[in-house]
Every structure is written in C-alpha cells, then in structure tokens.
Ligand binder design. Structure first.
Ligand code: EPZ
Length: 418
C-alpha cells in the first residue's frame, strides 16, 4: 500500500495532537548505547525511522527494546559487534548517529558511510574531522567508516557550518571522553537541546549556552533514566500549513509553539489568525492568503524541512512569493509535481518564484522524499479532484498515522494498493 489518494478540495476543521519529534528521538535512541542501565523514552512517534533505529540497535547487540504505544524501553549498553551495516544505514542516514556513541563506549566502530540522498550530497566530513580532533583514527574502507580510539580526549572543535547530527554525534562522543570538549558554531535546533537534556538526566555534564557554544566535561559512566521527547515542530507546522491552504480552522494540541516562532510569524504574514495558548496553537482563516518570501536557514530561522510544504501553500496565495533554499542543494524536487497540479513556479538555482493564486487540480504525482510527500498532501487537500501520491512510503518515515490524523480533521484521504 504505497499510494495515498486524496479527494479535494476540503476545509480542514477540528483538533489534532502533535506526536513526539522524530529528529529528537533518533539521536536519543543512539545515545542509549552510552548508558549503563534501563532507559524509558516517552512520547515516541510510531514512524518507520524509529523502527529502523530499533533494528540498528538490535544489530549492535542492544539487549532488549520494547515499544508499546508511545513508550520505548531500552535495556542498557552496547554488547555486540559495533557495526551498523549498509542495509540498515542506506534506509536511514540518521544511523550515522551511532558512530560517536560506539567510539566513546567501545573505542571502535564500523558504520556504513551514508550515500547521497534526494535532497543533496550530505557528506559527513564535519563529523569525521571533529572525531579525529578528539583522537580517533578514522578510515573509509569498502564503503564503511572504520573508527578506533583508545579513549577519546576532550578538544576544542569549531564546525565550519552549523550541522544538526554533527553537533549531536560529537556531543555524544564527548560525554564519556577524557577532559573537556568545547563545541563551537553548533546547531541550535530544539532537538539538539533535547538530546543534551536527556544526556544530562543520565549523568552527563553538558552546558549548552544557546549561543552555538556547548561545553562538555567527560564522565566515566552514564546511568539509566526516563525522558519525555519534545513534540515534533515539523509535523505541527505541516498541519498548520495544510489548514491555511484549505482555508480551514484547526487546533494543534500537545505541541511547543516556542519552537516555531519564525514559522508562525510567516503564517501570520500570509494573513491567517493564530492563537497560541500553552501547548496548543489555533489557526483560523482571515480573508485571502498573501504571498510571502521565505529563506531557509539553520534554527531559529525558517526550517528547510518546511520549505516544500510552505511552497505548496504559496501556490494558493495572492501575488508572488520567493522561496530560497540555503541548507540543501537539491531540495526543489517537489516543484515538478506541483507544476503537474497547476502550480506556477519558476526555479533559478536555489530560488523558486511562485506566482499565485493558482487553482490546483488533482493529479497522479510522485513523492521523492519525506517532506516532498508532505508538500503533495498539502497540495492535494486544496486541489480540485483526485490526487494520487506514489511512493507514499516516504511519508511514513516521519509522520505518524498521517492519513488517520488528516481524516480526523475532515480530509478525504486514504491509502490505496501499490
Ligand atoms: C538534520 O540533518 C535533519 N535530520 C534533517 O531532517 C534536516 O533537514 C537537517 O538537519 C537540517 O535542519 C535529522 O535530524 C535526523 P546538517 P543533518 O548536518 O544533520 C552540510 C527530515 O526531513 N554538511 O545540519 O544531516 C549538509 O550537506 C530530515 O527530517 C556537510 O557539508 O543536516 C547541509 O548542507 C531531512 N558536512 C548542511 O551542512 C557534514 O559533515 C546542514 O546539514 C555535515 C553537514
């Protein structure tokens, strides 16, 4: 069943609950390789990337992992061969997040080098250079990153560019290292901060100053703990953007509005009305949508993981919008599909110019990656007629029960056979 069929247009109405953040729980699961003792993670999204990470941990000899509802229980420590094989890593790049913990805990690791992906080359040179600065010996052999270190040593590391998983890998490598590590020009994403919170709850000594500088004093061991994963800000905003595109009124519950300030500002600039109340965001239409410009950059700027969904919204807005992608070099694959639905979009390098409002019509389209498939759902919900999204399996990597949640908001959306 890897197609999603949508009958549009609809007007989304009602309440939906945000799931836990995929990009927070994945590094936290990898971090349990550092921990002696049982770990319980709550508010874990039931998405395919989480299931893949469970397999990766299983392969690394993780003794026991149980997943009930949104609670993941993991018994402590890495036991088996510190190898993350190609077959698992090729399905999920985030598997590279086991490199730092394995090296720190076992002094050796063999992790398949993630290849390129639809949205860009995505090298891991910053991870490797930084681990070498901590004393690791690293070689690329037969497509694998092969790393050894007697005990990692604290070091001062300046990332050439803010990198989310790079910051996370080095934070995890440094918590059991000898001495102090100072990371500079780090990623500021809320998921990085949540990983630091989790590790500190296990007994780590991490000080994140919120300025892109993180200080870590190594300790000898980490103990088990319980941790509640933060809400998924990308899923939350995907629902809000879909509601705005369908001129509907929804409330997203159990989310964290403070992680979405830039995005909420842009939505208000479009002309919708937003009401934030604790862990809920209410969105309501307010007249015609206005075109706005966005430029993706690392947090707290506009997230690249919402660029595609926001572009679908801009096809419905009055006027011209300029969408500039600065994080990944190949993240406009959804443009061709939006054009198939009637979107008026011109691409020039890393900039897309969207002219609206364009009456979208339903069509068979092809998803190329996780966020592009979310973009096509947003477009399909506001298009006239039937949209069939092929390769919809991409969406299951990062959205929990997506069609069920949209059905609860009144959408005519379903899964259909391959
Ligand atoms: C994380 O990827 C997220 N994945 C991505 O979400 C997200 O798009 C990205 O951060 C940016 O916000 C997870 O957290 C699992 P980066 P990551 O390292 O860490 C370059 C989704 O849809 N770079 O911050 O891989 C890189 O090519 C996914 O959920 C190097 O050149 O991204 C990019 O241009 C997609 N060398 C830039 O830095 C390196 O060693 C930022 O990438 C590392 C990164």
């Amino acid at each position: 069943m890897d197609k999603i069929r949508i009958h549009g247009p609809c007007r989304l109405e009602g309440r939906v609950r945000a799931s836990g953040a995929k990009n927070a729980v994945l590094p936290e699961m990898a971090a349990t390789l550092l921990v002696d003792g049982p770990v319980t993670l709550r508010n874990v999204p039931v998405v395919r990337d989480v299931q893949t990470m469970v397999k990766v941990l299983g392969h690394l000899g993780r003794r026991q992992v149980t997943f009930e509802g949104d609670v993941l229980r993991l018994e402590g420590g890495a036991a088996g061969e510190p190898e993350a094989p190609y077959d698992l890593v090729r399905t999920m790049r985030a598997s590279i997040l086991v490199l730092g913990p394995l090296l720190a805990r076992l002094g050796r690791a063999r992790v398949s080098l993630p290849g390129g992906c639809a949205i860009g080359a995505r090298p891991i040179d910053y991870h490797i250079d930084a681990l070498r600065r901590m004393g690791a010996t690293i070689a690329i052999e037969h497509g694998d990153v092969v790393a050894t270190a007697s005990r990692l040593k604290g070091a001062e590391i300046v990332f050439a560019e803010r990198t989310v998983t790079g910051t996370e890998n080095l934070m995890m490598a440094a918590v059991l290292a000898e001495g102090r590590t100072i990371l500079k020009n780090c990623a500021l994403e809320p998921e990085v901060a949540d990983l630091a919170r989790f590790l500190n709850a296990c007994g780590a000594r991490i000080e994140a100053e919120g300025t892109g500088r993180i200080v870590i004093d190594g300790v000898d061991r980490l103990r088990g703990t319980e941790h509640r994963v933060i809400p998924d800000r990308i899923e939350t905003a995907t629902f809000l953007i879909a509601a705005a595109a369908t001129r509907g009124g929804i409330t997203v519950e159990r989310c964290d509005p403070t992680h979405l300030e830039t995005v909420l500002d842009k939505l208000q600039e479009c002309g919708v009305v937003l009401r934030v109340d604790g862990d809920t965001i209410r969105l309501e239409p307010n007249g015609p949508l206005r075109g706005v410009n966005i430029t993706t950059r690392p947090y707290p700027d506009f997230p690249t993981d919402l660029q595609a969904q926001f572009m679908a919204l801009m096809t419905r807005a009055d006027g011209v919008s300029i969408v500039t992608e600065t994080v990944f070099e190949n993240r406009f694959l959804h443009v061709g599909e939006l054009r198939r639905m009637g979107g008026r979009i011109v691409v020039d390098g890393q900039t897309a110019i969207v002219a609206g409002p364009a009456p979208l019509s339903g069509a068979p389209v092809m998803a190329s990656d996780l966020r592009a498939s979310a973009c096509l759902i947003v477009a399909g919900l506001s298009a006239e007629g039937e949209t069939v999204i092929n390769r919809a399996y991409h969406i299951d990597r990062g959205y929990e029960r997506v069609e069920i949640k949209f059905q609860a908001l009144g959408a005519r959306i379903e899964r259909v056979g391959g």
